[in-house]
Each structure stands twice: as structure tokens, then as C-alpha cells.
Design a protein around this ligand. Structure first.
Ligand code: M6R
Length: 614
């Protein structure tokens, strides 16, 4: 959840670390801090954004000038409120060891009690601080140890998840890092090394990286790095080349990353399909699952596990796979799946979907499904992420880095991947070659249709004006548009803080209708499909209770303009591709409502881009 950056080399560390933190701010932003080694240890940390830390540094950071090694952190609070004292880095009592940590030390209170009994005092309420005192105690207890061994021994006492960087003025030319459940990447430069919780702060310096795996530690100096397991066994690591550029993670003229990412969707959709949708041959070519396709087709059942927006994509996947491939699909929240002793076995396929590839619950669901013998397939956006590496087979969404906390382009990319998968699973089994070819033609027209919807941005902004003071909003849709209603509601609530709920439209009568009055805007997704007339009846029901209606409808639908206060017209499309279109106005609507309310859309309160803790 939090962001980690480390640097050791020949350049000035503090500005590099600050810059790196800015690239990671989407992971957490309630406090930030930096520690550098300039003979002694210097630490600065403060509540608030990286901008606050930057200011502090400009006033009090002269001690950090000319220093070429250090670590820095941007925090998303788990234990202890966002405050100066809970900000990382944490230090030992004598101030010669500094540590930054992502994850949660689950047995921290036992360790804290033990250390308190031995005279250790704590400056913060965090679980992380326990770790620095533990390292201190072990190192003081045996002066023959070095920092690496003290860290290694400390980690043996720890339960939970961590990605850590530790420095000490007793060994000023090294950074010791370790990972279990919280990602860490080492960037390899020329006479310099970078450490980060993901590649975003590294890519502007080098495209050569080494991903640490769970249970690994590394010692990074100015001229080399060594990777070992926590049990002290040396590891040969593969150097990976990053395939995204700095330009891709910058705003490119848009006011917010979220808006940029919404507008990138036509291009992203092309990228997702490139080389995979073979229009001329009427088939899809899915390299990442090719060797497993027969086993996937023979699945007795498919279980999709994910969280948040990725879970909504999973619901659409259920509709697609059941409609085309006729394989039964269940969609589970990963957080529920992992704890409910699910019935899953060798004949099942479990598909985990995750933009970040690091979501703790999804990762745990993956590991459980593997333990139970299921074939586990991943759909991830971040290349080299833990989920991508731990699944047997899978498909990348190729949406490029998604920085806005609210997922937009990753969602539509996931839905396209699921559409291609459903068609691949149908081939030779449930639908004809011509039907597959037709579906692929429909899919390939989506990017152009999305561009046309994006042209409605001004109209959607004007509708957002009418919603900005709402206290509750209801989103209704049926069939393929039901998960879109859920996604539209999630988008609105997470960035504008307006309470919103998504429902299958027919369920309105079973409860939510009680909420309808003149203060309740209802957003209907009412495209022309088999349930269209039934959705029209639901609109009538809302109108007769004076509810305000905003409808997403197909171009040429005159009937609906008679019933709705506002209509957003989108191009016609077949049912299975409809969600890729209907979600776009809902993303824009949420974006504009949030900006009109003065909310920080890229960094909504209390949220983090990647939820790597339970
Ligand atoms: O990285 P993941 O796709 O695994 O993340 C899952 C959710 O945390 C994520 O979709 C979250 O709900 C977003 N904030 C939604 O916009």
C-alpha cells in the first residue's frame, strides 16, 4: 500500500528519492519521510503529501546535500493515525538504524510487549517500528553480526507481510532489503542502484530490473547487489527489461491521471487486442494460455476471484463465458474465497483478476486455489507483478501504467481480455466459426465507438453539475449492464464521496424503491437489449415517485427522451460488448462530479491504488 524508494550510487540521493516518492504517491499519501547517510543518519518526515516533505527538505534539508545513499517512504496508514511520528522511516533508540516498511507485522503487539519488557521505548503507534527495535536488539546482542544478518534474524521472528529497506550508519555503504508479501524491485543503473515498491520511480533511470520474490533479501551496494533467501541461500535472479516509458506514467496534458486514463481507452483497447484478435482468420490467438487452452476448455467449473473493479470485470466475465463457452462460472470476492474453505479441486479453473497484480486478498485466493489443485490463470495489468508470476498461465491486459486510484482503463482492458478468453473457450465447442468471427468484428469496432462517447465529455460535465450536490445516487442496469451499474456506483463513491449503490434494475422493487423521491437521482443503463422494455417500466416507476432520471441509451432512442431528465446517447452495439461502452459515460460522470465538488480524484481519501494488506 505504501510506497518505498531507495537509492545508492554516485548522484545526489535526496532529490532522486523525492522524485521517486512523487511517482509512488498513488500508493499512499498521508505522510512521507526520508533517511540518508551522511556519516551520521539524517531523517526528515512529516504528515501530509510528498509536497510537504519537499518543503520541509528545502528548509531543513541542508544536511542531506551531497549525500549519495538513502531511503524514502510515502505512507498509507494501517496502524496509527496519519501523523509526523507515525511516518516512516522509523529509527532505533540510538538513531543509527532507519527502516521503511510496507505491509503489516501481524504479531507486532507480542513483539512490542517483549521489547518494552527489555526497556525499548516506542515513538510511534505503528507495527513497523517494532521491526527496527528488533533488529537493534539482535545486533546489539552479538557484535560479530553485520546489518544483513541482524535483519535476517529479526525477520525470523516476524509474522505478516513486509517489503522493507534498512540502512545503518554503522555500515553506510549498503541498503538491506527484504520482501514477503509486499513487492520490491531493484533497478540496475550504471554504478548505481534503485529500490522501489514498483517500477514507476525506476523507469526514468533504467529499464533493467530484478523483482524480488517472497522470502528473498538483497544487499545493495554502490557496485553490486546480492540476493539470498531469508534462510541465507544465494539466489540467481533474472534481469527483466521494463517495457513502459516515462511518458506513459505522466499526465500528458490532462488535468488528472484519471481523465487521461479515461481518454486513453480507445488506444488501450487496440493494444489489448493487437496480435490477439485475428479478424481475417476469425479467431483469437492468446499466447499466454495457449498451452493450457485444452485444459481450460475441459474445466468443470470456472471460479473468478478478484476485488473491487476487477471483481466487476469478473462478473462481466461470468456472463461472457457462460453465454459463449457454456462453462459454469462463479465469481467470488477474493477476500471471501480465501477464508470460507471453498470447494475447489483439480477439475476447476480459478481465474484471478488484478490490475496491480499485488492485491493481498487476490494473491491469497490464488495461493489457496493452487494448494487445492486447481489450474490457476491470471489476468493482470502490471507485468512481472506477483500474481502474474505465481499463476500457471495468464494474459496481460496491456493497459499501460494506471496511476489514478480509480480504475478505468484497466477495467475495460480486463473486459476485453475476458471477451477474447470466452471466445477462445468456445472455439470448436459451443459456437460456430462464423459466430466467433462476428463477435470479433463487434469487438474490434469498440475503440472507435468509445472515441465517439468521449466526444460527449462536455454534455456529461453539464449533467454532472446537476448531480454534484446529491447525497445518494442509485445506478440500475440489467444483464451485461448490471455489473456496469455496480462499477458506476463504485466510481462515484470512491472519488466524490457521494453515497452510491448499484443494483440489477429488477431488484429495485424489492427494497431500493423505498428511497426514491425528488432528491434521489437514478442512473439507468437502458440500452436496447432483451430487457429494454422492462427497464423502461422501471424508469416509469422512478418517475412516478418524482425521482430524477439520467439514462444511458442507444442513439436513435426517442422513447427514452420522453421519460428521462437527461439522456446520454451511445452507439448501438451487441449485448456482450455493451459494458465496454456504457461504462465510459459513468467514468466521466464520476470524474466530473468529483472535480466539481473539489475532490482530489487521483488521490481520493483513505484509498490506495494497490491494496497489499488485508
Ligand atoms: O489491483 P487490483 O485490480 O487487484 O485492485 C482491486 C481493487 O482494489 C481496485 O479495483 C479498487 O476497487 C479500485 N480503487 C477501483 O477503482
Amino acid at each position: 500500500m505504501c510506497g518505498i524508494v531507495g537509492y545508492i550510487g554516485k548522484r545526489e540521493a535526496a532529490p532522486l528519492l523525492l522524485n521517486g516518492l512523487k511517482r509512488l504517491e498513488y500508493r499512499g499519501y498521508d505522510s512521507a519521510g526520508i533517511a540518508v547517510l551522511n556519516g551520521e543518519m539524517s531523517v526528515l518526515k512529516q504528515k501530509g503529501s510528498v509536497g510537504n516533505l519537499e518543503q520541509l527538505l528545502s528548509v531543513s534539508g541542508t544536511v542531506m546535500l551531497g549525500v549519495t545513499a538513502g531511503i524514502a517512504h510515502t505512507r498509507w496508514a494501517t496502524h496509527g493515525d496519519p501523523s509526523d511520528r507515525n511516518a516512516h522511516p522509523h529509527m532505533n533508540v540510538t538513531g543509527d538504524i532507519a527502516l521503511i516498511h510496507n505491509g503489516i507485522i501481524e504479531n507486532y503487539s507480542v513483539l512490542k510487549q517483549e521489547l518494552s519488557g527489555q526497556g525499548y521505548t516506542f515513538e510511534s503507534d505503528t507495527d513497523s517500528e517494532v521491526l527496527v527495535h528488533l533488529i537493534d536488539r539482535i545486533w546489539k546482542g552479538d557484535s560479530s553480526l553485520d546489518l544483513e544478518s541482524a535483519v535476517r534474524m529479526a525477520l525470523r521472528h516476524v509474522e505478516g507481510a513486509y517489503g522493507i529497506c534498512v540502512i545503518s550508519s554503522r555500515e553506510p555503504d549498503r541498503i538491506v532489503v527484504a520482501r514477503k508479501g509486499s513487492p520490491l524491485v531493484i533497478g540496475i543503473g550504471d554504478g548505481e542502484f534503485f529500490i522501489a515498491s514498483d517500477a514507476a520511480p525506476i523507469v526514468e533511470h533504467t529499464n533493467k530490473v530484478v523483482y524480488l520474490s517472497d522470502g528473498e533479501m538483497a544487499v545493495v551496494t554502490r557496485d553490486h547487489y546480492t540476493v539470498k533467501t531469508i534462510e541465507n541461500v544465494e539466489r540467481e535472479k533474472l534481469i527483466t527489461e521494463l517495457d513502459f516509458s516515462l511518458e506513459k506514467i505522466e499526465k500528458g496534458g490532462f488535468e488528472h491521471f484519471m481523465l487521461k486514463e479515461i481518454f486513453e481507452q480507445p488506444e488501450v483497447m487496440q493494444d489489448v487486442m493487437r496480435g490477439r484478435v485475428r479478424l481475417n482468420e476469425g479467431r483469437v490467438q492468446l499466447g499466454g494460455i495457449e498451452d493450457y487452452l485444452d485444459r481450460l476448455k475441459q474445466a468443470k467449473r470456472i471460479v473468478i476471484c478478484a476485488c473491487g473493479t476487477s471483481w466487476h470485470a469478473g462478473l462481466i466475465g461470468e456472463y461472457l463465458i457462460e453465454e459463449f463457452a457454456r462453462i459454469p462460472v462463479e465469481v467470488d470476492y477474493a477476500s471471501e474465497f480465501r477464508y470460507r474453505n471453498p470447494i475447489v479441486g483439480r477439475e476447476d479453473v480459478v481465474i484471478v483478476i488484478s490490475q496491480s497484480g499485488e492485491t493481498a486478498d487476490t494473491l491469497a485466493a490464488l495461493r489457496l486455489a493452487k494448494e487445492k489443485g486447481a489450474l490457476v490463470m491470471g489476468i493482470c495489468n502490471v507485468v512481472g507483478s506477483t500474481i502474474a508470476r505465481e499463476t500457471l498461465c495468464g494474459m496481460y491486459t496491456h493497459a499501460g501504467p494506471e496511476v489514478g486510484v480509480a480504475s478505468t482503463k484497466a477495467f475495460t482492458a480486463q473486459v476485453i481480455v475476458l471477451s477474447m478468453l470466452a471466445l477462445a473457450l468456445s472455439k470448436g465447442r459451443t459456437i460456430s466459426h462464423d459466430e466467433i468471427a462476428l463477435s470479433l468484428r463487434e469487438l474490434s469496432k469498440v475503440p472507435e465507438k468509445v472515441s465517439r462517447i468521449l466526444d460527449l465529455n462536455d454534455q456529461i460535465r453539464a449533467i454532472a453539475e446537476t448531480l454534484k450536490d446529491a447525497r445518494n445516487v442509485l445506478y440500475l442496469g440489467r444483464g451485461y449492464n448490471f455489473p456496469v451499474a455496480l462499477e458506476g456506483a463504485l466510481k462515484l463513491k470512491e472519488i466524490s464521496y457521494i453515497h452510491a449503490e448499484g443494483y440489477p434494475a429488477a431488484e429495485m422493487k424489492h427494497g431500493p424503491i423505498a428511497l426514491i423521491d425528488e432528491d434521489m437521482p437514478v442512473i439507468f443503463i437502458a440500452t436496447r437489449d432483451s430487457t429494454y422494455t422492462k427497464v423502461l417500466s422501471n424508469i416509469e416507476e422512478v418517475r412516478s415517485r418524482k425521482g430524477r432520471v439520467i439514462a444511458i441509451a442507444n442513439e436513435g432512442d426517442q422513447e427514452i427522451s420522453r421519460l428521462a431528465d437527461h439522456v446520454i446517447y451511445i452507439p448501438q452495439a451487441s449485448g456482450p460488448v455493451t459494458p465496454l461502452l456504457t461504462v465510459i459515460p459513468l467514468q466521466l460522470l464520476a470524474y466530473h462530479v468529483a472535480t466539481l465538488r473539489g475532490c482530489n480524484v487521483d488521490r481520493p481519501r483513505n484509498l490506495a491504488k494497490s491494496v497489499t494488506v488485508e
